[in-house]
Design a protein around this ligand. Structure first.
Ligand SMILES: *[C@@H]1O[C@H](CO)[C@@H](O)[C@H](O)[C@H]1NC(C)=O
Ligand SMILES: *[C@@H]1O[C@H](CO)[C@@H](O)[C@H](O)[C@H]1NC(C)=O
Ligand SMILES: *[C@@H]1O[C@H](CO)[C@@H](O)[C@H](O)[C@H]1NC(C)=O
Ligand SMILES: *[C@@H]1O[C@H](CO)[C@@H](O)[C@H](O)[C@H]1NC(C)=O
Ligand SMILES: *[C@@H]1O[C@H](CO)[C@@H](O)[C@H](O)[C@H]1NC(C)=O
Ligand SMILES: *[C@@H]1O[C@H](CO)[C@@H](O)[C@H](O)[C@H]1NC(C)=O
Ligand SMILES: *[C@@H]1O[C@H](CO)[C@@H](O)[C@H](O)[C@H]1NC(C)=O
Ligand SMILES: *[C@@H]1O[C@H](CO)[C@@H](O)[C@H](O)[C@H]1NC(C)=O
Ligand SMILES: *[C@@H]1O[C@H](CO)[C@@H](O)[C@H](O)[C@H]1NC(C)=O
Ligand SMILES: *[C@@H]1O[C@H](CO)[C@@H](O)[C@H](O)[C@H]1NC(C)=O
Ligand SMILES: *[C@@H]1O[C@H](CO)[C@@H](O)[C@H](O)[C@H]1NC(C)=O
Ligand SMILES: CC(=O)N[C@H]1CO[C@H](CO)[C@@H](O)[C@@H]1O
Length: 833
């Protein structure tokens, strides 16, 4: 906290000071290493070499952060000059970029200015004695830095892409100034007509929209490492791949990493692969290819430049055919003048494009249940291929069809599962069995987090696997079972969950995992461990799928959904109130499930993300803990890597040690359970702040009431007219306060918590649970909607009646090599298309 305040103070102080003045008459030469620096040296203006290097070398005049990365502004949107070029601040007042032949390439048009300075905020300002005539903040290129105001009319551009803010507060990404492929408006509950909206990136990583008409800024997006402000410098950048991202760099420079991206699925960026380019993914990155050998790449070294026909359609009048590409769509973002939509079937969609009266170059039959056919009548086609896409596309080409896609696309299209020779399988199986027999001495392992035993426990898991516990499904089977991933049950921190029906009519929940970084073998071992963990209060894993990029888990289906629906009532769910008896049994069941994970099963599992959303209820309202064992899957290598997204824990339920960089143990789960227990009693989020609680965090307020002996105040008001065992309530409240002690050592073990609840042991009066988690985002009146709790939710309610201006966040995603790891949230980001 101390550090943070210091840093804030420092920032304010620096921002207020004026940068070192640039003397009229001074010149920066492209071939030298001179720079004009801001007074503290945080930013500097100088020439940088064009990358990749050209011959002869060329240079761009740019403002960069300490150490040269990131570049935050470029003169004339990055126009390069030769080594004889220079940047001159003329005595006439103009800043001018001149090339080697002495020609002016760019001029600031500020004749009459008397001074120029690079401020410590990164703003290059040219002024006369009255005021600012020109500033780089008012003329952004592709990047926004903290404290820079982005208002209506300003544009970030990068190649054919642009980003802008509209008068009504919509943010949009456009291609070619014509196709809006990402458009995010404010939550409709913000019902005000804005006057002069301004978008800013705060130093703590929130992207906010403010306006005189809004009582407090509205959060638009946030970087996944938001609030870790000490030591991080952030920028919002429109990359040349058309995606808008927030990057974090260590204070003082270093490499940058992506902490948020507007379009979670890079292949959904219009024209990412150019004209007739088809975007797909290899294991990690988006890759561009051509639809078939009827096409060739415009630039064989750069798939992003798109493809062209080997034979133009004009040259083959009458002998055209339709090339069929399964699992492929032609992207269309209405209103796009080049697309039309019809309600016709598959073969009609193909035939219509082939022979239709209107010019048609490609069509897609959407097999997403809508039965729609999208006809592309403009000779610019942006395609997306992925095995998970149910739709089929047709491309009009000159006959003969050359259905084989070139290798570039085949990499992503073809069946990449290599056929393993039978003898290899035999050897591997025999070897494994021999290994297991050798192990049969029975080295019993607890706490698989212990590195020393990690390998052994994994081997042991294999035995379970060999005995055939979890069923392996093919991707296709699951696609059929879920009718093409149609009925979404929810979006957890590890991926979306869909309802499905197996061939034998068993109803299941299929979880499509995202961001699995580990290999197939490890994945299978973890699956084996999860499925060998059986308990009445744990959701049972039925099977899994591991095919190419796809990692799915198949769970038993829980009729009554998750606990949060029953605790925190919204208008839609007003009928779902649970009486005290059910609640207490759910609390007990959950405690039993976690106790089993911690203490009774062979491989101890720390859950890492206990919260009401992960406690499911069957038809008898028996609670079952879900998502256990997954934290390990997502981040297998580095348990101590603590960015919020990699933890996948949920703010509000995260134990203090997550943030304090202390070891994570089963006691961290105890903390989260304590918070859930308090919520079961009170029917409100533990981090809620309201007038009723004197604007204190609910858990803090509850402890005060408890000290006053006012237990019934803490109990859910909606239970007031019901029969409630106040002894049980008291035990639950006391147990919860023991669980949320700041120091892990003060928290009881889970089995002890269970005893407290059951009344087997006397519960001592718990000490005050101090809150170190509180108020980290204080000052910004934001509420991240609980829809986003999947990955990390901070509930900081507005200090006042402004809660009506709360709104839907757009979700943060970790981005690995251009692909999101949290597709679950991508729907929040996607435009309605
Ligand atoms: C500029 O810096 C580069 C790398 O630091 C160095 O190789 C080069 O010699 C320097 N040029 C001049 C003119 O100082
Ligand atoms: C300098 O710029 C002018 C005008 O843009 C151009 O005609 C000329 O070729 C450039 N010279 C060099 C050496 O880049
Ligand atoms: C400064 O520039 C502004 C805008 O061009 C102009 O109106 C003002 O007169 C200038 N002030 C001086 C002292 O030249
Ligand atoms: C951005 O806007 C705020 C309020 O609208 C203003 O106080 C601040 O000076 C502006 N910053 C810059 C760099 O113009
Ligand atoms: C790009 O925009 C220009 C100007 O608006 C337009 O003429 C052109 O057709 C567009 N290109 C495509 C492929 O849509
Ligand atoms: C603003 O964005 C919302 C979706 O977020 C969209 O429904 C609406 O049409 C957009 N408005 C405009 C004018 O683009
Ligand atoms: C928005 O506000 C206007 C005027 O205050 C009101 O007429 C309209 O019904 C409101 N719309 C919504 C969706 O609340
Ligand atoms: C995926 O494509 C990227 C970019 O083309 C390449 O760097 C990477 O090596 C590829 N990965 C695999 C597993 O093929
Ligand atoms: C249906 O199939 C699944 C997986 O094969 C199996 O676990 C389950 O027990 C079966 N259910 C019935 C009712 O046979
Ligand atoms: C308990 O709460 C009620 C209602 O808020 C309040 O009137 C009463 O004074 C409280 N009792 C104690 C002992 O503080
Ligand atoms: C808008 O915000 C309200 C309150 O936070 C939330 O309940 C609602 O779902 C949001 N609406 C949309 C469309 O996101
Ligand atoms: C709210 C809700 O969905 N309740 C259901 C829980 O399960 C029982 C048994 O299937 C149903 O009867 C309830 O409607």
């Amino acid at each position: 906290m101390c550090l943070k305040i210091q840093f804030l103070f420092l920032t304010l102080f620096l921002a207020a000071t004026v940068g070192t003045a640039i003397d009229p008459g001074s010149t920066l030469s492209a071939s030298s290493n001179q720079t004009w620096s801001s007074s503290s040296g945080t930013f500097s203006l100088g020439f940088i070499s064009v990358q990749p290097p050209t011959t002869p070398p060329s240079f761009i005049a740019a403002i960069s952060y300490t150490g040269g990365n990131p570049v935050v502004w470029t003169v004339d949107k990055g126009t390069a000059v030769d080594s004889g070029g220079s940047l001159q601040f003329l005595t006439s007042g103009s800043l001018r970029l001149v090339n080697g032949s002495g020609t002016s390439v760019w001029d600031s048009g500020t004749a009459g200015a008397t001074s120029a300075a690079l401020e410590d905020s990164g703003n290059l300002v040219i002024s006369n004695s009255t005021g600012t005539l020109w500033s780089s903040f008012d003329n952004p290129t592709d990047t926004l830095v903290p404290s820079q105001n982005f208002s209506v009319g300003k544009v970030l551009t990068s190649e054919s892409y642009s980003f802008s803010l509209s008068q009504i507060g919509n943010l949009s990404l456009q291609w070619n100034n014509s196709i809006v492929f990402w458009n995010q408006g404010l939550n409709s509950s913000v019902n005000v007509s804005l006057q002069s909206p301004v978008l800013t990136l705060t130093t703590i990583g929130l992207l906010e929209l403010s306006d005189v008409k809004l009582s407090s800024p509205v959060l638009v997006a946030y970087s996944s490492d938001y609030d870790l402000n000490a030591g991080v410098f952030r920028v919002l950048k429109l990359d040349n791949d058309g995606n808008l991202r927030i990057y974090s760099t260590s204070l003082g420079g270093g490499s940058s990493s992506v902490k948020w991206a507007a379009v979670a699925d890079q292949c959904r960026v219009y024209a990412y692969c150019g004209n007739y380019g088809v975007c797909g993914y290899n294991d990690s990155s988006p890759v561009c290819g051509c639809p078939s050998e009827n096409f060739e790449m415009v630039d064989p070294n750069n798939g992003r430049k798109g493809c062209r026909r080997k034979a133009s359609l004009d040259s083959c009048q009458g002998s055209t055919g339709m090339l069929t590409l399964d699992h492929t769509v032609v992207l269309s973002y209405p209103p796009d003048a080049g697309t039309e939509t019809f309600n016709i079937g598959l073969s009609a969609c193909r035939a219509n494009c082939l022979s239709g009266s209107s010019a048609c170059f490609a069509s897609t039959s959407l097999s997403d249940g809508t039965g729609l056919c999208v006809i592309r009548s403009k000779d610019f086609v942006s395609g997306y291929h992925d095995p998970s896409l149910p739709s089929t596309s047709y491309f009009k080409v000159c006959l003969p069809l050359a259905p084989n896609p070139p290798p570039s696309l085949a990499d992503t299209v073809g069946d990449r599962r290599s056929k393993v020779p039978a003898w290899v399988v035999v050897v591997v199986v025999l070897g494994t069995l021999l290994g297991l027999i050798a192990l049969e001495g029975g080295l019993w392992i607890c706490c698989r987090n212990n590195k020393k035993f990690g390998g052994l426990s994994a081997q042991y898991a294999l035995l379970e696997y060999a005995s055939g516990a979890p069923v392996q499904f093919s991707y296709k089977e699951l696609q059929q079972a879920t009718k093409g991933f149609k009925e979404r049950l929810g979006a957890g921190g590890f991926g979306a969950v869909y309802r499905g029906t197996l061939v034998n009519k068993t109803v299941v929940a299929v979880k499509q995992l995202e961001g699995i970084e580990q290999g197939e073998k490890q994945f299978r071992m973890e699956v084996a461990t999860i499925s060998s963990t059986h308990h009445l209060n744990l959701v049972r894993l039925i099977g899994f799928c591991s095919e190419g990029r796809h990692r799915l888990l198949v769970y038993e289906f829980m009729k009554n959904g998750s606990l949060d629906n029953f605790l925190f009532l919204t208008e839609q769910h007003s009928g779902k109130l649970l009486n005290w008896e059910y609640r207490f049994n759910i609390a007990l069941g959950t405690a039993r499930g976690i106790t089993y994970l911690h203490e009774e099963c062979r491989d101890c599992i720390v859950h890492c993300d206990i919260k009401p959303e992960n406690i499911l209820l069957d038809e008898n309202y028996v609670s079952k803990v879900s998502d256990f064992g997954l934290a390990k899957l997502i981040n297998p290598k580095d348990h101590r890597h603590r960015t919020l997204t990699s933890v996948r824990g949920t703010r509000g339920y995260l134990a203090p040690e997550w943030l304090a960089n202390l070891p994570i143990t089963s006691k961290s789960d105890v903390y989260s359970y304590g918070m859930v227990l308090l919520e079961i009693v009170s029917g409100r989020r533990n981090f809620d702040v309201s007038e009723e609680t004197n604007r204190k965090k609910f858990s803090i307020w509850a402890y005060e009431e408890f000290e006053k002996g006012n237990i019934s105040e803490i109990l859910d008001k909606r239970l007031s007219d019901q029969e409630v065992d106040m002894q049980q309530v008291k035990r639950a409240i006391q147990a919860s306060f023991w669980c949320i002690q700041e120091h892990p050592s003060q928290r009881p073990t889970m089995s002890r918590v269970l005893q407290m609840l059951e009344g087997v042991t006397e519960v001592e009066k718990p000490p005050t649970p101090k809150s170190v988690m509180e108020g980290t985002v204080s000052g910004t009146s934001t509420y991240l909607s609980s829809n986003a709790s999947a990955f990390s939710t901070v509930g900081v309610s507005p200090p006042g009646p402004s809660s009506t201006s709360s709104f839907q966040i757009s979700g943060a995603s970790t981005f690995t090599s251009g692909r999101t790891t949290d597709k679950a949230t991508s729907s929040l980001l996607q435009p309605d298309n």
